[in-house]
Write a protein that binds this ligand. Structure first.
Ligand code: 5GP
Length: 178
């Protein structure tokens, strides 16, 4: 299934299931090595991260907690730049090592907001792990510790990422063609 149509848009395969899974394994191994011996809180940012979070957490060999927050800033295929809602901060973060899990970092506004909250809540150490990163769209200077794939500045769907709610269940990642 190299080409797909979702609503009014066509997409072609960009990262296959195998490419994604082997990168997820490599990221899990690196994080487990770097944070060896630590008790770590993984913080997934919903909705897009749900598949990435489920896959990476099962390969992490650390004492880990996982929690999710929800925060949406996207409408259709172009970033609104507006942060709408932020729910689910029910973990005590004080003094903890936190790994923020993101499906994709685009402008970085979402990340900036989450990092700001984690600092206010006195996390001891904050690491950031994103499956996808769009360097051309990134407007912040927050360093990202773990990146799965750097991708061009075009719209992608699949493996948790949606187009108007569709496509999250696709195993591969697809790029907008027209
Ligand atoms: P940022 O705050 O970094 O601009 O955007 C982050 C959020 O926008 C992501 O968590 C994701 O929900 C959404 N987003 C950014 N780029 C894309 C994309 O190419 N495809 C999809 N489906 N969502 C995206």
């Amino acid at each position: 299934m190299n080409e797909i149509t979702l609503l009014d848009r066509e997409f072609s395969v960009y990262l296959t299931e195998d490419e994604i899974q082997s990168r997820v394994t490599a990221l899990a191994e690196k994080i487990s090595e770097d944070l060896k011996g630590q008790d770590v809180l993984f913080f997934g940012i919903l909705n897009g991260v749900f598949l990435f979070a489920a896959d990476i957490i099962r390969q992490i060999s650390l004492n880990a907690h996982i929690s999710f927050i929800k925060l949406a800033s996207y409408d259709g295929t172009s970033s609104t730049g507006k942060i709408k809602e932020l729910i689910g901060w029910n973990e005590d973060i004080t003094g903890k090592t936190v790994v923020v899990l993101e499906d994709i970092v685009d402008t970085g506004s979402t990340l900036e907001r989450v990092i700001g909250e984690l600092k206010l809540r006195k996390a001891a150490d904050i690491k950031i792990c994103t499956l996808l990163f769009k360097p051309e769209a990134y407007t912040k200077d927050i360093p990202i510790d773990y990146i799965g794939f750097e991708i061009p500045n075009s719209f992608v769907v699949g493996y948790g990422l949606d187009y108007d709610g569709y496509g999250r269940n696709l195993k591969a990642i697809y790029k907008l063609t027209k």
